[in-house]
Design a protein. Structure first.
Length: 396
């Protein structure tokens, strides 16, 4: 074991009562837990050692901060929070879809990416339409000791107009991948000209290459929707995003790469014609039963198993009941192959809502009754993990 891994394991084992979450046991397979310290927009990852890594946002929504905590008991208690962003107020929670994303890579190193706030430095490229520097897409990683985070960096060098949220993924070989969408420097303007960009690191995030266009198809990208990137245990890479073809075709697309993000192929998952930006987000999860993706269309949330190697999700499964104001689906899978789909109900701009969930088997058949609970805060959404005993925990 390296010194750094030993320090990370030690830090993960130190839990403080002040960092404990309040857990609410519900009947069946799902327990609910509040994000520590009143945080919002939780993002949760459980690593190979069973350590839970949780990222959340706190403070002024337009210019706030990201915090990181660990847990070795499935979120019953947490370590003391560590601020992720090196510049005070450089993270943004407004709009729900621009906040932090987390990945855990080789040796337990933690990687975080997020859209910079209006105050964030360094700034992005000049936006010719406004004459002002655009928002940066920021990245940081935990230091060698695993006790703090390095100074934040802007990864967007060839693109500008960063708006909807980006994503990050990592594997055990030292590769780190980030993805976002924006306009090409010197290229055409407009949502239908937005591009999904990929930036890659092969040295645990120490350096990143210039971003490259993920897919050559001119689908555009919905400017204020989040995309989501995922690296499977097989090292295949998947990406979900919403298009903006001819401005009104706000369809869900899935991309797949089998060469470490150097090239992608893709397919349309679900169409939606709407002349507005729905400000939606996506999710992935993997288990022995397969890899699953989740998204929102027309106020309903759905998920489906990915046809690996074919870059498609052939059989979407909608959440039970009638949709209308459902957003921000999140997935978790347990060792039995069950899939938890959790989402928000009734959230909107500057308005909170409620939490809802349903457990499915690996074939998409519902197990038991759906659940609901009040208490999703403004600009927030849930995160979910599976415990070793097969039960799920939802943080909100």
């Amino acid at each position: 074991m390296t010194r750094r891994s030993a320090v990370l394991l030690l830090a993960a084992a130190i839990v403080l009562p002040l960092g404990a979450s309040s857990t609410i046991d519900t009947p069946g397979a799902v327990a609910l837990a509040r994000v520590p310290h009143g945080g919002i927009q939780p993002e949760a990852v459980v690593d190979a050692r069973g350590v839970l890594h949780l990222l959340y946002s706190s403070g002024e929504p337009r210019a706030g901060n990201l915090f990181y905590v660990r847990s070795t008991d499935d979120g019953s208690t947490f370590s003391a929070p560590v601020r992720v962003n090196s510049q005070e107020g450089s993270a943004i929670a407004t709009g729900t879809i621009r906040g932090g994303q987390i990945a855990v890579g080789r040796g337990g190193r933690v990687h975080v990416a997020w859209n910079g706030s209006d105050a964030a430095m360094p700034r992005g490229l000049m936006n010719p339409a406004s004459g002002q520097p655009s928002a940066p897409f920021l990245y940081t990683r935990s230091n060698d000791e695993g006790t703090a985070f390095e100074p934040q960096r802007n990864l967007a060098r060839r693109s500008y107009g960063i708006d909807g949220g980006g994503s990050i993924a990592a594997d055990g070989s030292g590769a780190v991948y980030t993805a976002w969408h924006g306009l090409a420097a010197g290229g055409a303007n407009g949502e239908d000209h937005r591009i999904v960009w990929i930036s890659r690191s092969s040295d645990d995030g120490a350096t990143f290459g210039e971003e490259t266009q993920a897919w050559s198809e001119p689908t555009g990208v919905c400017s204020c929707c989040q995309l989501r990137l995922f690296v499977a245990p097989s090292s295949a890479m998947y990406l979900l995003y919403r298009s903006a073809t001819a401005v009104t075709h706000r369809d869900i697309y899935m991309l797949e790469s089998n060469d470490s993000g150097r090239s992608f192929r893709g397919s349309q998952v679900q169409p939606w014609n709407i002349g507005a930006c729905p400000m939606s987000s996506m999710s992935f999860a993997a288990s022995g039963a397969g890899i699953f993706g989740a998204w929102e269309t027309a106020g309903q949330v759905s998920f489906g198993a990915i046809d690996a190697g074919a870059a498609r999700i052939p059989r979407p499964v909608a959440a039970p009941g009638e949709g209308g104001a459902r957003k921000h689906p999140r997935l978790a899978t347990n060792a039995k192959g069950d899939v938890l789909l959790v989402w928000t109900e009734g959230t909107a701009w500057a308005r909170g809502g409620s939490l809802a969930w349903q457990v499915f088997d690996g074939d998409g058949t519902a197990i038991g009754a759906p659940g609901t609970a009040p208490g999703i805060g403004v600009w927030s959404f849930p995160a979910a993990i599976a415990r070793p005993d097969g039960r799920f925990v939802v943080f909100y």
